[in-house]
Structure formats: structure tokens, C-alpha cells
Design a protein around this ligand. Sequence first.
Ligand code: ADP
Ligand code: ASP
Ligand code: MG
Length: 419
Amino acid sequence: MPLLVMKFGGTSVADLTRIKNAAQKVKREVERGYDVIVIVSAMSGKTNELVGWVEETSPLFDAREYDAIVSSGENVTAGLMALTLQEMDVPARSWQGWQVPINTTDTHSSARFTSIERANIDTKFSEGFKVAVVAGFQGLSPEGRITTLGRGGSDTTAVAFSAAFQAERCDIYTDVDGIYTTDPRISKKARKLDRIAFEEMLELASLGAKVLQTRSVELAMRFKVRLRVLSSFEDTDENSGTLVCDEEEIMESKVVSGVAYSRDEAKLTLVTVEDRPGIAAAIFGPLAQAGINVDMIVQNISELQGADKTRAVTDMTFSCPTSQVARARKALEEAAAQGHIKYDTLVEDNDVAKVSVVGIGMRSHTGVAAKMFSALSAENVNIKVISTSEIKISVLIDRKYMELAVQALHDAFELDKVS
Ligand code: ADP
Ligand code: ASP
Ligand code: MG
């Protein structure tokens, strides 16, 4: 039997009516002759509520309990989706991660797949079940504890199942009808793309475009999964949505393909750090151990201080998600208390955002950075930190200018126009 994976995100299963609507789409594919693995998210808002309860109960929570709690939203929708399909005479049953089982690492709250065991689901398909409804976002650690895959992780569950079961396609149903040049909620001029290259989507996702979880794009690229994003609210066919595919399959040739943003960034500066060989390792080692996702790093030019001008000092700035600032501060204070690092003060700026332009065309074009900076300067947006890679340029700016910056860059690179 040909097999499809269909993933429904939070807004697509937000209530019983929407679950019914999603189930209709699944039934249609079954009628076309497919076996279907349905991956469901929690009802929209549910995961946030669960995370809120965890943080209120225990600010520096035990990540194993976080996972036990936060994974539960998906269990409810998986069961409800299976029941809804049964009511439509579609033979279906639900699967929680541990029942499949979906094996992962033990890095709680951001676990990675190690394997998906097919046998149990294959047996059910061979017994006549047409649909396996799998709870997204969750798995099982080697110790037998429940894990979760990081926010937005159901996308990754969908791609991993597509690879494991050699699905014909992985369809990600969501609340927009495809992948746009930027978040359509931020810019009215955002334009839907028919296709986007894996590498560009990978950058856009890792820079904040939450339409797909970064890891899902990585896996799709590695295992050559045909990945598509489309609307769960509209009638759709084989040509709907946006296909994420190899660079060679794309006709459009723009230098910049998209603008991404990440709202919840923080900038931390260690002021007057003693500058000596090994200091960066002494700072970022403990941060890594504390699980901090350090992004941009800037070290200022070294300065000589003290009466005899022999004490070399510098300032070290880095960015990380605002949700990790408390943990980062704790890790740095501990490193200082143990004598591993020495600094005068830690300055925190919690009101920054990151805005990035992405495009594979940047590899062969110059002047992209200059164009980006002049577009921002024309809007009087001050740039605090810059970082670049082969196919992206990111800047850290005051959060209040984020939407303005996204729109200005979308205009500057004429992303509303087809090339
Ligand atoms: P789901 O709950 O279905 O997983 P998400 O909220 O995680 O949905 O992702 C869909 C959202 O991603 C859209 O509503 C949109 O606001 C946002 N988004 C950000 N960047 C983009 C983009 N470039 N194209 C499409 N959507 C985007
Ligand atoms: N429910 C989880 C979240 O909100 C996983 C997902 O929706 O993909 O992050
Ligand atoms: Mg999502």
C-alpha cells in the first residue's frame, strides 16, 4: 500500500469541529488508496498552558517532569482523532510515543530521535487498520522516561515517520496555506512560495520562522523526504501549498528568498572580563553545560588596565533566548564563584529581537549586507550585533522595531515580486 504522513498542528486540531475537518482530509486520502500515519499536535494553546504550569510550580524545573507534563496535550488529540475517524468508519487507532515505540536520546525537552520501531504499526496495517494516529512531539528515553523534542517538535515526528515508513509524501497541515517570503502575520506583502530549497528553509526555520521546526527540515533533507506545507482550512490537492525540495528543482532565482525574525532574544554582556587564553572556553563551556543556546557572540578589542597597564580586559557579548537568561546568569555566577572567570558586571538586555535575510543566491552575489544595513538605517533602526553565514545575514535590534525592520527588508529586497 502507498503510505502518506499527514501532520496537523495545534490550530488545525484546536477543537472537535476542527478535528472532524482534519479527519475528513485523512478519510479522503484513505479513499484514494493510501495507508495514513497521522501525526497530531496538542490543541492550540495547550502546550503553552502546560509549560506555564510547570514554570509556576518550579522555575528551574526537572526536565524529566517537564516532559511528562508537557507531552500530555498530544495524547488527548491523538485519542480524539482516532475516535473521530472511527465514527467516520475509518479503521484507526492512536499511538503514544512509548507504544510505537519512538526511541530518543535522554536530552529532555530537546530530545532527538534514535529510532522508530515499525513492527507494531506495520502489524496493525496488515490487520486492516488504515490509519495510525501518532501523538507528535514525544518519545521514549533509554531509561524508559517520556521525552519531548523541543517546541514545534511534531513537525519532526512527521518527517521522521515519513523516513521510517518511506512515505510517498509528508504533508504538514497548518493555519497558513504554505511557506511565505516572510511571516504573513507580520507583512501583508508576504508572498507564498511554490517551492523553497531545503537549505533556505533550514536557515529560515533556525532563524525563527516557526512554520517548520528546524530539525524536521534537517531530517527531510537527509532522508530525501518530500515535504509539503499546506492549509488545513482550505480544499487542497496535489498542487497545493509549498514544496520543500532540492535547490535544482527551483526555478525562481532571487538573491534573498525570505526574511525571518525571532522575537524572544536577549543580549548579555560580561563587562571587563579578564582577557587571557582560554577565557572564551571558560565562559561558554559552563553555558553549554547548562543547556544554553548561545547564538551570536562578539568579543570586543582587548584593553590594558591597572596602574602598570598589564591587566588585559575585554567585554564579551552573546545572545540567547530570553527564556534561558536566568539559567545563563546562574551558570556564569557559578563559574565566577569557582574562580574560572572574572568580570565586573553582567549587563542584560531582554528587549532585543533578531531579524535575518536568507537566500542561496547570496553565495554568488555581493552587496547584500550593504543593502540590508541601508534599509534599516533609512528606518532609523540601530543595529546592535551582526552575524553572517554563507546564505544569511542576521542583526540584533531593539524589539520594538522588529516588525518595521521585517517590512523594510521585505520591501528592499522586493520579495513581494516574482523574479
Ligand atoms: P502549527 O500549530 O500548525 O504547527 P505554527 O504556529 O507552528 O503552526 O506555524 C505556522 C505559523 O508560522 C503561521 O501561522 C505563521 O504565522 C508562522 N510563520 C512564520 N514564518 C512563516 C513563513 N515564512 N511562512 C509561513 N508561515 C510563517
Ligand atoms: N505541541 C507542541 C508545541 O506546541 C509541539 C508541536 O505543536 O509541534 O510546541
Ligand atoms: Mg508548529
